[in-house]
Design a protein around this ligand. Structure first.
Ligand SMILES: C[S@@+](CC[C@H](N)C(=O)[O-])C[C@H]1O[C@@H](n2cnc3c(N)ncnc32)[C@H](O)[C@@H]1O
Length: 390
């Protein structure tokens, strides 16, 4: 099927890769409406073994990531465009190129001015170098993650891994949003601020967007410490405020973060995100007491909740499943991943919802499914439903 426009598109792709100007390439518009694979996001990475293409296969409920050597990656992209997707968008530092397949099967190639700069960090090439730069990094030193020489302190290496993993998980979402200086991130229950500083650093220094960020925390001593560090590090768009997740006064919220906020505090945060029509809602729930107490199973599943530890695990799954479904009902396409939490459990989940136009098609179906799950587990209401007055 290769016509001259496709050939031009792939020649351009090769050129931008050769010049290390490629920022991102996406394939979208599934040919088969029933396919679970809905998008492909490709970005360049420089690994120890060389320059590679990182493919993120976005499925309905999960992302799969693979790295391919350039020639293999380009061959694969061509096949995916032929068989799976109708449209391709290439973003380079020099130009944007859009290749669309029209209903009559013809293709249309459009060239536009660039909208993205290369933020290639090539972080995968050296084992110690990560998305968050330790060099001359004042806040990492003040937080005790690095020493005076800028090296990660041995006892903080797990924490450093966690903050980098956090940015790695979020970066595809941030890249998808058209971030502007007007965006406001609210980090609810910011605690010691590790992840608040890191996200602010990544967006302002790597993505070059002068975003505003507020950490909300009810412990005054943590607020003061974090504000002092932000001042020392000259991070003018980042501040911390004493307040509660439920009531802290915030001008607006475009990205709502709530990491390891206990029990229903996560729901309070999600509720604020939904009410503020945040573009992105990210939470990593911690304990799940509300649903555990609310579960009164009186059917074949009774044995599944008979043993304390197993009931607890069920409660976690049900709590977060319902959160994800409620987010979907309110227009957020939602994914759930594994995220490392060092302070509580060895592993837990991260729920990410992206506000998506035209989604969901049938909100009532989602509510019906939520009711069915609640009925099965004898749950009257999820706390988030109470907040939303569903
Ligand atoms: C476990 S820490 C997590 C800190 C940080 N988000 C992280 O993941 O590294 C939870 C923080 O949320 C704060 N917190 C809990 N409930 C809150 C609420 N309702 N309003 C404001 N802060 C809250 C606690 O004081 C604590 O510092």
């Amino acid at each position: 099927m290769q016509n001259s426009q496709i050939t031009t598109f792939f020649e351009k792709l090769q050129l931008h890769i050769d010049n290390k100007e490629l920022v991102k390439l996406t394939l979208a518009g599934k040919r088969d409406k029933n396919s679970d694979l809905k998008k492909l996001i490709v970005s360049p990475v420089e690994l120890k073994k060389g320059y590679y293409l990182n493919f993120v296969y976005r499925h309905n409920t999960k992302d799969i990531t693979k790295n391919f050597e350039i020639t293999e990656g380009i061959d694969l992209l061509l096949k995916l465009l032929e068989n799976d997707f109708l449209n391709a968008d290439l973003f380079s530092a020099k130009e944007n190129i859009n290749l669309s397949t029209l209903p009559n099967g013809k293709t249309l190639l459009k060239f536009n001015k660039p909208t993205m700069t290369t933020n290639l960090t090539f972080t995968h090439d050296k084992p110690k170098e990560r998305l968050i730069d330790t060099k001359d990094n004042i806040y990492l030193r003040e937080l005790g993650i690095t020493n005076i020489n800028g090296d990660v302190r041995r006892e903080m290496s797990d924490k450093f891994k966690q903050i980098n993993q956090y940015i790695e998980l979020l970066s595809p979402y941030l890249n998808e949003l058209e971030l502007t200086d007007e965006f406001h991130i609210a980090d609810m229950g910011s605690g010691k601020g590790y992840l608040t500083f890191t996200l602010y650093d990544y967006v302002t220094n790597r993505l070059k967007v002068n975003i505003k960020t507020t950490g909300v925390e009810f412990r005054q001593e943590l607020v003061d410490t974090c504000n002092n560090i932000a001042q020392k590090a000259d991070l003018s768009g980042l501040s911390f405020t004493k307040g509660t997740i439920e009531q802290a006064e915030l001008h607006k919220i475009d990205i709502l973060i709530a990491l390891h906020a206990c029990d229903t505090a996560t729901d309070d945060a999600i509720f604020r995100g939904i009410k503020s029509e945040a573009e992105l809602i990210v939470c990593a729930p911690c304990c799940h007491k509300q649903i555990r107490k609310a579960m009164h199973v009186q059917n074949e599943l009774a044995n599944v909740t008979r043993f304390g530890i197993l009931k607890e695990r069920q409660a976690e799954i049900i709590t977060d499943t319902l959160r994800a479904m409620i987010l979907e009902a309110y227009g957020y396409k939602t994914n759930v991943f594994e995220f490392i939490s060092l302070e509580h459990t060895p592993k837990n989940v991260m729920i990410v919802g992206r506000k998506t136009k035209g989604f969901p098609r049938n909100k009532q179906d989602i509510f019906k499914n939520i009711s069915a799950i609640k009925e099965l587990y004898g749950i009257e209401k999820h706390y988030l439903e109470k907040l939303l007055e569903i």
